[in-house]
Design a protein around this ligand. Structure first.
Ligand code: FAD
Ligand code: MLT
Ligand code: ZN
Length: 523
């Protein structure tokens, strides 16, 4: 499976499931919500990338907070480890068991509780699928403040537990800002009701933040209250290619020099190619930075997404996803950008974006671009960007890194990785450029420890050197629990472990994830 799961040992302090446990769960949930059949367990034990695989013998489907509370109270008293699960679209091995943990899946808790049209505050259960919430709000004239490629399966409780960022964070901010309150069940079964619907509430510590991004390690989120923005009438999407050093020209130059018989010329060509390559790299970085700065300044209040993908990502999508085509005429571009604006003045907003594009073309910042003419074309542009994780999955094994890095340094890492890996594996880069969030992926037909050794710890050390984050939006899960010190100090991690100990003294909630096992002493 290519994951690190083999390196973790089952904590012997955890109990093993027995027939009496099953009877207890059937008693509170009803037989049909106590899942033991192999096929359903196989799906629930395997993550979206098919990289992490547990061996749980039991999945529970609670229908209410009270049921979650009873389950946890019992598991805590029996020292049965559990893994909370939403849509199981997580990308760091956090949503599946490592060993035989009981899976508590929230999908049956999917009711919308209330929606206030004046304030835009939505209160719902944690198992609501993001896309269903988007559709519900659309009818009411509102939108969710977050959107991501996994919307068809991921749940709002999973989004909150991972503090998912997604495609519109640039505009609406992180869930730490938009989540107003939540309800969570603690390891001992106590229900913590902090489901506030107030914009302002400074009475003491704001405990909801502990659950936003803690990946099911501190409690199970059962209800949420979230501030949703109104749906604005004018959305424009542009798909752009960035000015590139024409690679054909570059190759012609090199082969022209190599055609000469003098070895001196060969030498000169090698030196020259180095200079050209580094000046190209420098230039492209300046271009991207200028574009981002210009977009923020000139499109400021209407800018709602600034996403990028490189040519390797584009090639993958075109090759693996049916019906996807490059909206730009065939030409070798190195970088593509998807820029979206959202506003309320159709003609003004469009004019602004067109003027921005024209200026960028004139300045040579972009070499080509197309503005979506209708909603179908806009969706087809988004399909390219949102389809990259799926295309990577189809291409075979994928090593995924989700990094926050200062934008001016971001692509240096990609190039260094390309240089390290040579032809052994493909380096594919994309991400939320407007948020300084790079998704660096290494794709190869199969998992291979030699490739992994080329990537890690290099990628973490590099990120740490520039004071970046090794986990920008996907969480740490199992994949990066032992790497946390690359981005956080020892004191910080120790405090996190103390908080974990306080809220979950027997450490039954999502064990082996988030924090290094060495800090966790068991039941
Ligand atoms: P799961 O995968 O089921 O669980 C994720 C973590 O949360 C696990 O640790 C789990 O134990 C915990 N958890 C789940 N539900 C609860 C709960 N109710 N209470 C407590 N803990 C819980 N992520 C981004 O940030 N931005 C993106 O743009 C993005 N795009 C994606 C695109 C694709 C195609 C895919 C497959 C994934 C993408 N992701 C993205 C990652 C993933 O979708 C998010 O992390 C998402 O928020 C996970 O939600 P989920 O319901 O699937 O949670
Ligand atoms: C994305 O932005 O597409 C997601 O975070 C998923 C990924 O990184 O592959
Ligand atoms: Zn992302």
């Amino acid at each position: 499976y290519g994951s690190m799961a083999g390196l973790v040992k089952r904590n012997p302090a955890f109990s093993e499931l027995n027939a009496e446990d099953i009877r207890y769960f059937e008693g509170i949930l009803g037989e049909k919500n106590v899942i033991q059949d192999d096929e359903r367990l196989m799906t629930a034990n395997t993550d979206w990338m098919r990289k992490y695989k547990g061996s749980s013998k039991l999945m529970l489907l609670p229908k209410s907070t009270e049921e979650v509370s009873q389950i946890l109270k019992y598991c805590n008293s029996r020292c049965l480890a559990v893994v909370p699960q939403g849509g199981n679209t997580g990308l760091v091995g956090g949503s599946v068991p490592v060993f035989d943990e009981v899976i508590i899946n929230l999908s049956s808790m999917n009711n919308i509780i209330s929606f206030d049209k004046v304030s835009g505050i939505l209160v719902c259960e944690a198992g609501c699928i993001l896309e269903n919430l988007i559709a519900f709000l659309d009818n009411e004239g509102f939108i969710m403040p977050l959107d991501l490629g996994a919307k068809g399966s991921c749940q709002i409780g999973g989004n909150i537990s991972t503090n998912a960022g997604g495609l519109r964070l640039l505009r609406y901010g992180s869930l730490h800002g938009t989540v107003l309150g939540l309800e969570a069940v603690l390891a001992n079964g106590n229900v913590l009701d902090i489901l506030g619907t107030l914009r302002k509430d400074n009475t003491g510590y704001d405990l909801k933040h502990l659950f936003i991004g803690s990946e099911g390690s501190l409690g199970i989120v059962t209800k949420v209250s979230i501030l949703t923005p109104p749906k604005l009438s004018s959305v424009n999407v542009a798909f752009l290619a960035c000015k590139d050093y024409d690679s054909c020209q570059f190759q012609r130059l090199i082969s022209g020099i190599l055609d000469g018989s003098l070895s001196l010329l060969v030498y000169v060509s090698v030196v020259l190619s180095g200079i050209l390559l580094s000046s190209f790299r420098f230039r492209i970085r300046l271009i991207i930075l200028r574009l981002l700065q210009d977009a923020k300044r000139k499109l400021g209040e209407i800018l709602s997404a600034f996403e990028f993908l490189d040519s390797q990502a584009m090639d993958l999508v075109l090759h693996h996803l049916e019906g996807v085509r490059n909206p730009l005429p065939p030409s070798r571009h190195n970088f593509y950008l998807l820029i979206e604006t959202t506003g309320s003045d159709e003609s003004n907003d469009k004019q602004k974006l067109e003027a921005f594009l024209l200026r960028s073309l004139e300045n040579g910042l972009i070499s080509d671009g197309v503005l979506a003419q209708d909603i179908n074309q806009a969706s087809s542009f988004w399909r390219i960007r949102e389809g990259i994780p799926e295309a990577l999955l189809k291409a075979g094994a994928v090593y995924k890194y989700d990094l926050s890095i200062p934008v001016e340094k971001m692509y240096n890492l990609v190039e260094e990785m390309q240089d390290r890996l040579g032809n052994v594996a493909k380096t594919v880069a994309y991400g939320h450029l407007g948020d300084g969030n790079l998704h660096l992926n290494v794709s190869s037909p199969q998992y291979d420890d030699k490739i992994l050794a080329q990537i890690e710890p290099f990628v973490y050390e590099w990120t740490s050197k520039y004071r970046g984050s090794i986990s920008a939006e996907h969480g740490l899960g199992l994949m990066k629990a032992n790497e946390i010190l690359y981005s956080k100090s020892v004191e910080t991690v120790q405090l996190m472990a103390s908080i974990k100990k306080l809220l979950d003294p027997r450490e039954i909630l999502n064990p082996y994830k988030v924090l290094p096992q060495s800090l966790i002493s068991a039941c």
